[in-house]
Design a protein around this ligand. Sequence first.
Ligand code: DQA
Length: 147
Amino acid sequence: MKTILVLNGPNLNMLGTRQPEIYGRETLADVEALAKAEAERHGLGAECRQSNREGELIDWIQAARGKHAAIVINPAAYSHTSVAILDALNSFDGPVIEVHISNIHRREAFRHHSYVSHRADAVIAGAGIQGYAFAVARAAHLLGKNA
Ligand code: DQA
């Protein structure tokens, strides 16, 4: 079975308690359950990981080559700072879908630019955690799994 790697960056382990007025009350476990259920609906598997460390995220992106069919990533604050994560994603061949729980374009100017968007096949922002389900569905579509 093909699998999607679902990556979450720094501070997303705090979902549910971190600024709930912006990110909602759902937890990272809820996000991962949602992504897995959506992947299964499309006949795909999902492997979910979260890290507060840029290098660890890069290691997982590198290891995804030849292992995972697509990557769904919420790089969190690294979206706005990390050329290194962009470079790692550029070495991955399959679909890359970027997710932001909040609408980054309605927030501070420093959140309006994402390095990862230079590589992403689609960017979903402001849909809450439902954005992860949309991202998995889009990845499945790009992989030819249209169910
Ligand atoms: C975020 C938006 C980023 O600007 C922020 O640093 C995050 C989360 C989002 O999901 O809305 O940590 O990626």
